[in-house]
Design a protein around this ligand. Sequence first.
Ligand SMILES: [Fe+2]
Length: 150
Amino acid sequence: MEKSKIIDKLNDCLRHEWTGVAQYAQAGFVVAGLWREVYSVMFFDSAKESFGHATLVGEKIVALGGVPTVERNPVKQTDDLQELLNHAMDFESKAVKLYNEALLLAEGDRALEVFLENILEEEQDGVDKLTRILRDPRAVAASSTASKVG
Ligand SMILES: [Fe+2]
């Protein structure tokens, strides 16, 4: 495992997580309409998850002797719910890709592999959740209403 390469890749992950904090929080602010109460909470939860991952990754970078980045990537902005969800899917898919790349570089350091696998699992959960939502938004809306009534 080359330390400088893994630190660079972890900083790519951190840059992506900082992007998630801003992008998801803004999505939570601007989402409007009938489903605002549902999706605003979901977007803010995702912003908090990104901050949680940023914290873990930043601490790990320092432990490895690196400097955590303060940069983020451009934020995709829209107030259209479908586009917000598509952007969320793009974001989670890229996170899965980045943590998989980091895992390849961590090969041989079992503790670092487990650390990255735990985050990767949550990123994949995000992809799976959005896959279910984007498959048929009306079905999700109906089940959400049913669970409140039941
Ligand atoms: Fe994340």
